[in-house]
Design a protein around this ligand. Sequence first.
Ligand SMILES: Nc1nc2c(ncn2[C@@H]2O[C@H](COP(=O)(O)OP(=O)(O)O)[C@@H](O)[C@H]2O)c(=O)[nH]1
Ligand SMILES: [Mg+2]
Length: 355
Amino acid sequence: MKIGLVGLPNSGKTTIFNALTRSEAEVTSYANQKAEPHIAVIEVADERIVHLTEMYHPKKTTYAAIEIVDFVGFTQGTSNNGGFSQSFVALLKTLDALALVVRNYRDGLMGEPDPARDVDTILTEFILSDLIITENRLSKIEEWYQRGKRTSELEREEKLLRRIEAELNEYRPVRNMSLTKDEESIIAGFQFVTHKPMLVILNSDEKNFSTNKKLMESLDKRFSTVEFAGKFEMELSRLDDDEGALFMADMGIEESARDRLTRCAYELLGYISFLTVGTDEVRAWTIHSGDTALQAAATIHSDLARGFIRAECFSYAELVECGSEKGVRDQGWFRLEGKNYIVRDGDILSIRFSV
Ligand SMILES: Nc1nc2c(ncn2[C@@H]2O[C@H](COP(=O)(O)OP(=O)(O)O)[C@@H](O)[C@H]2O)c(=O)[nH]1
Ligand SMILES: [Mg+2]
């Protein structure tokens, strides 16, 4: 999974990137527009993996991973002349979700915070960018029609783009539209920025952290929202865990920034984890809720999907209850599942295959 931090300059994106990834990327008051985005991988904390590692003593333990990308900020008007830059769009293509960072602290350069205004500024920018894409494509289709190139395929696309245009003009993002699988694939190539799943990170000053209930509620109505005390949490991430935990408790923060973001992202994207165990490796894998055993197999390796025979399966909860795999078998909880089996969060799978 790959998540991009987006937002206005000086909203604390790099600060939050550092808090999440324990990196030391430079935090500045001036965005360097030419800078490459910072990218780092964070592990998804998972108690089950900790416990399974104690049980199996594998050579290797692998947690699910999320890649975090710290974009350079864009200012109002970035998209006015023909959409976002090529490099932004190229990067966007690779993301599963956007995390919109919104400043909620006083800043020497930018003044008093106004999170609601900033959210609207960014959304307007995104909507405009998508409108430009839509309109450019529509006028291209118009041209083709005039040159006598009117296919049913083009007509389908045009009809869909008109619908999208109307939604965007009403200030509604593409992600809120209900689209069929076919429609999704028609527009997949356009990389509409408002089509990406998006969550909001309210980046609060440590002094007002957790006192923003009203604001959080109103944001939460529109987006999955988490509150961070970015600067404070960046400093926390540099302490060792025990020391950090003390300061966190002091602030009334119950989970690390990393864990809060992970949870929010999994919920937003409808992701779940299945697990694989053995003496070689204990590992968590990320799939979509509703994915089948065949799709889970493909996540591990395409060979496993190609030669899929069956999935041997029991749940983590069952294993904990019985204390061992043998116990699970004795209980009759050890299952053989076919390729259409809908995998559940916490399933421990072993794929039998032949290629
Ligand atoms: N008080 C306060 N300042 C912050 C917080 N997060 C970032 N800042 C400050 O805001 C400025 C811009 O931060 P930076 O992370 O570089 O923002 P970016 O441009 O969005 O990447 C820096 O001076 C940070 O120290 C925060 O949570 N609280
Ligand atoms: Mg930055």
